[in-house]
Each structure stands twice: as C-alpha cells, then as structure tokens.
Unconditional design. Structure first.
Length: 265
C-alpha cells in the first residue's frame, strides 16, 4: 500500500473517532424489558414513509433498538438494513426475512454511497453526533431520498394519571435524565435537519394497557434505570400505590403524540 494512502486512511479514522462521541448505552441492561414494553408504531406512519420515499428498494433504520421500526418498514421495502451499536439490544431484535441487522453506529455505515431510499431513526436521533450523522445521511441517501426522524414523550391517559406521571417525570427522576433528553422534550424542534425540510402529517401511538404494563414501561425509562443504579432504590415504589389508585381496574387508552421531522436529499 502506498505510504500516502495508508496515512490518509489512518488520519480519516482518527478524525472520525475525535468527532463522534463514545456510544452512550442507556438501554442494554434492560433490553428484555425494552423489547417487551415499548409501544409499537402505527401502520399509517410506515405507509406515509413508503409513499414519500422515491423508491422502495432499501430502507435504513439507524439506532434500531429491538427493530420495532425496521419490521414496520419491512412491509413496504424490498430490503431493510437495521443498525444498532448495542449488541444486547440486537439480541432481542424481532426477526423478519427482509430485515438485516448489523452492529454499527448511526454515524458510520458499511453501506455504499447513494444506496438508500429512506433513512429513519425512531426515538433515537437525539443520541447521535449531529455533524457526523448529517454527513452520513447525505452520503447514504439517493437523490430524492427521504430522512425521517421521530420521537415521542410521555403517554397521555387523562386526569390524575397524567398529573402523577408528569410529577414523577419532573420531580422524582428528572435529575437523572441524560442531557440529550431535552431534544425529546422540545419535540425535536431544535434538532438539526441536514436536508431540505418536508412537511409531514401528525401521527400517534395508542395502546390499551393495564396499570402493571404501564409501570413496567415506566421502568424502561433511562432516568429510572440511572436512579436505581446511583441511589440503590426504586423510584417506582413511591409512584406505584398512587398510580394504582388513580388508574382503577382494567385497561386505559394511552396515547403518545409522535413528533416527526423529515427532509429530502
């Protein structure tokens, strides 16, 4: 190998390591619970994404977690590549014949240039390094390709349940949220969009859960996990009796508004 080419590659790798922050793994320790208790995305969202993409050959879902979005996209695309830096999360990923899972960060993919019709990040983009991720988006998308980033906050159930969950989020575990959480609270409004913005419709998650499932879901919050790790106690133990009383018996309809930002190459 020529000396100049060798040192050029070394320099490129060093620059990438200096610009991309180390992977912050907030979810591997509860990968099983995350897979079991995270709500699924609506079919209408995937229909809109497929219609807005220039073709349906390949979609790339980065920060895929357990593959919720990837499997949804597989109903519309010939191939879905789903990348995730956490091997523990991928071990719980949902299999699908058109989904190929790989352990990779969102900021660096093995896919070739201009090879993706749709690039998505579901409840994950706030963890990425903005500059390197934007460069990778522009490298990977074909002309006319679509970027879609979405997030959701707390569920809404109405009445006293909402007040208790809001207080728990803010006052009990609020200090234990990672700083990147602010992007979720801001509904991705301040997240950099490296492409020409595309107007997107509104979507929402909706589930019918009992109180036990809701408590298990709250236990997947990264702030709850961090509270347990740093303080040695369980903050849900304080919320549980109050939430059970407010919830009542049976199922409640829970709704999460989805905040979607999209851009075109």
């Amino acid at each position: 190998m020529a000396r100049g080419l060798f040192f050029g590659r070394v320099q490129s790798r060093l620059q990438w390591r200096m610009t991309v922050a180390p992977f912050k793994d907030h979810f591997s320790t509860q990968a099983t619970e995350y897979e079991r208790y995270r709500p699924g995305y609506p079919q209408a969202l995937f229909e809109w994404l497929a219609d807005a993409a220039p073709a349906r050959e390949r979609a790339l879902d980065v920060g895929t977690g357990n593959g919720q979005a990837a499997v949804g996209l597989a109903g519309f695309f010939a191939e879905v590549v789903a990348t995730e830096p956490s091997r523990a999360q991928l071990e719980r990923a949902r299999p699908h014949p058109r989904v190929r899972y790989t352990v990779e960060p969102a900021e660096r993919s093995q896919l070739p240039d201009a090879s993706v019709d749709l690039l998505t990040a579901a409840q994950a983009a706030h963890w990425f390094a903005p500059g390197p991720f934007a460069a990778e988006v522009r490298r990977l998308l074909r002309p006319g390709g679509l970027l879609a980033l979405w997030t959701y906050e707390k569920f809404r159930a109405g009445g006293e349940v909402d007040r208790l969950v809001d207080d728990f989020y803010r006052d009990m575990v609020g200090p234990y949220w990672p700083p990147e959480r602010r992007h979720v609270e801001e509904r991705y409004a301040t997240m950099p969009m490296p492409l020409e913005p595309v107007a997107a419709p509104s979507f929402e998650l909706a589930t019918d859960w009992d109180v036990d499932t809701a408590l298990a879901y709250l236990g997947t919050w990264s702030a709850v996990q961090r509270y347990r790790r740093l303080r040695g106690g369980d903050p849900l133990a304080l919320l549980e009796p109050l939430l059970r009383e407010a919830w009542g018996s049976g199922l409640r309809r829970l709704v999460w508004p989805i905040h979607l930002r999209a851009g075109r190459r």
